[in-house]
Ligand binder design. Structure first.
Ligand code: ADP
Length: 390
């Protein structure tokens, strides 16, 4: 048996063969026929296909299953004859988290034909025995001479991942609840100290109490952000929508933030039409979304610059725009800012602080409203956040 050292140490090169004048005859190697070559290639593809560690389903242009590997069959608990040659959307049923069937036209395998681009999604599949399995999938078009000749879907069972995510969310929610009570008590007592309930404070004591109060406020904001996110991730947010006048709502938010902007020597300007603009929204949640976007515009902008808020009704839709002259966001980073805990590295991020949870939450609330959020930005030139309400 070879010792490990045999693999590690380079071997001395083999001695060169002694030169000889006699010619050595090599036996002729048979050239494989085209059919043999093809069979070999097919066997190789088959081996590759079945050794992929994830479920794979290939469909033809009509959406019929032309190939499926064993892992896919195992995850879905189907037998090969149940699915091969069958129409995919009608055989393997996809559902959303609430158990609502995904319409055929919305199935990634159909969407991929329309867009020609790979799609990543999480769905639930109904197995042959009727049970549900959580899936993360990637679907790509199969192209021949730039024409789609089918689709390929690679997927895996994410039941365990979802269980861990849920456990983590529950932990964050529980820990935040437990932290909020003592943090609120600190706020109350620090506030009382500042207001002189325990007698007059010296200048140094006052500065310390103010520090305690401010740090505690940041702590409470973080806890509230975590709780809000845990609540929305758990699907526990029910919107309470009613017809709301938007100009007074924005005016109120702007008035509340006025001092913060003034302290930074920034101007916060509001432009709105003469006629009231109405929308059916959850006022409390939408207020928090707008507060976050306007607050960010100020936070990520240098002193002496301006932030413009505007509202207008255009083609039956309401557009609320928050435009700043701030540090901006590089185009490649824009998608990231809606991810949980994302804080981009910019010249102001360390100084202003934050949890990286505000925009994640805001986007989810806007999604629940069926509203869109667009971001245009250029590094060092400023950003424009536009909310379009339907
Ligand atoms: P944070 O608590 O860090 O402000 P958000 O979720 O509100 O969290 O924003 C995520 C990140 O997006 C911020 O940390 C910042 O890097 C970037 N960002 C958000 N708004 C702006 C803006 N108006 N200008 C530049 N960067 C921004």
């Amino acid at each position: 048996m070879a010792k490990p050292a045999d693999f590690l140490s380079p071997k001395s090169p083999p001695a060169a063969p002694a030169k000889s004048k006699s010619r050595v005859k090599h036996p002729k190697r048979a050239v494989p026929s085209a059919a043999e070559y093809l069979a070999q290639q097919l066997a190789q593809t088959d081996a590759l296909f079945s050794s992929i560690g994830e479920g794979v389903i290939v469909t033809d242009t009509e959406g019929k299953i032309s190939r499926i590997n064993d892992i896919a069959l195992n995850i879905l608990r189907f037998d090969l004859e149940d699915v091969l040659g069958k129409w995919y959307p009608g055989t393997i049923i996809a559902e959303d988290a609430d158990g609502v069937r995904v319409p055929n036209i919305k199935r990634p395998i159909a969407e991929v034909f329309l867009t020609g681009k790979p799609i990543f999604k999480r769905v639930f599949y109904r197995r042959k025995d009727g049970s549900r399995v959580a899936i993360a999938l990637t679907v790509s078009p199969v192209l021949l001479n730039n024409k789609p000749i089918g689709g390929i879907e690679v997927f895996r069972d994410i039941t365990e991942e979802l269980r861990l995510e849920k456990a983590k969310d529950e932990f964050i929610s529980l820990a935040s609840h437990q932290l909020r009570t003592p943090a609120t008590a600190v706020k109350q007592y620090a506030g009382m100290l500042l207001q002189g309930y325990a007698g007059n404070l010296t200048e140094a004591q006052m500065a310390m109490a103010k520090n305690i109060f401010d740090s505690n406020e940041r702590q409470i904001n973080t806890i509230n952000d975590l709780l809000r996110v845990a609540q929305i991730d758990a699907g526990q947010v029910q919107l309470r929508k009613r017809r709301t006048a938007l100009i007074p709502l924005l005016q109120d938010i702007i008035n509340e933030q006025y001092d913060k902007f003034k302290d930074r020597d920034q101007q916060l300007l509001f432009e709105y039409p003469k006629r009231e603009v109405w929308a059916v929204i959850d006022e409390e949640r939408m207020r928090m979304v707008l507060e976050n976007i306007i607050d960010n515009a100020g936070k990520y902008t240098l002193p002496k610059k301006k932030v413009f808020v505007s509202i207008q009704r255009r083609q039956g839709r309401v557009r609320i725009t928050v435009k700043d002259q701030g540090v901006g966001i590089a185009t490649k980073d824009i998608a990231q800012i809606f991810e949980k805990f994302t804080r981009l590295d910019n010249p102001l991020s360390a100084a202003v602080g934050g949890t990286g949870l505000g925009l994640y939450w805001a986007k989810k609330i806007l999604d629940l409203h069926g509203a869109d959020l667009f971001v245009e930005s250029k590094a060092r030139q400023g950003s424009t956040f536009t909310i379009v309400l339907k």
